[in-house]
Design a binder for this molecule. Sequence first.
Ligand code: NKO
Length: 218
Amino acid sequence: TIQYILVLAAAYFIGAVPFGFLIARSKGIDLRKVGSGNIGATNLGRALGKKWAVVCFFLDVAKGLIPVLAGRALVTENPTALELLQWMTIGCAAVLGHIYPVYIGFKGGKGVATSLGFVLGIWPYLTIPGFIGFAVWLATLKISHYVSLSSILAAIIMPIILACGIIILDEWKIENLWPLIVISTLMAMLITYRHRDNLKRIAAGTETRVFEGKEKRN
Ligand code: NKO
């Protein structure tokens, strides 16, 4: 339907707003030339400190959260697989907007915070998995001290957490829920792919590590 296509396009254009890049630029910094060169919260933190990293994180989460919350209006109380697929692709559009933003030459972020927003937006049933994913991210960071590895692990685990949530909550018809698993798996794969340089650095022992909030280069 036309309504769906409009929401899909809106989600992309919202997702494409490069908050990290814009905040850095407002301070006269080109974020692409700092640290990892990424436009996400982590790299903004390198350039401007923790406070701005948190601001950027919430804004990037909102880019996934708001379109998915809005898309809730397009599905019925007990969604069919097609309705669910449509809803999930709205979240996808926001994440793809963040990763491939039209405004800055399609060179965007890694999709972590925005896909967290997407998962949190699968309201009201599956919001808890988003918080569990965040807890996995925090725990991995505490143990490994790698931000990138934490993001990859949280993303890869998310389809499994969602599957468990579906089974435990038992709210929707289980045979209709495959779009949720398929889309979150594809997203986890894309997030991992976007971290390929980080993975190379981890293998080479050159990825920076975070100790008690402070970053150390090996
Ligand atoms: O600059 O390459 P860098 O070191 O900055 O940055 C690597 C980093 C990039 O990502 C970010 C965003 C940080 C967000 C932290 C909160 C993460 C919560 C994890 C939940 C993941 C849910 C994924 C759902 C997939 C379907 O990694």
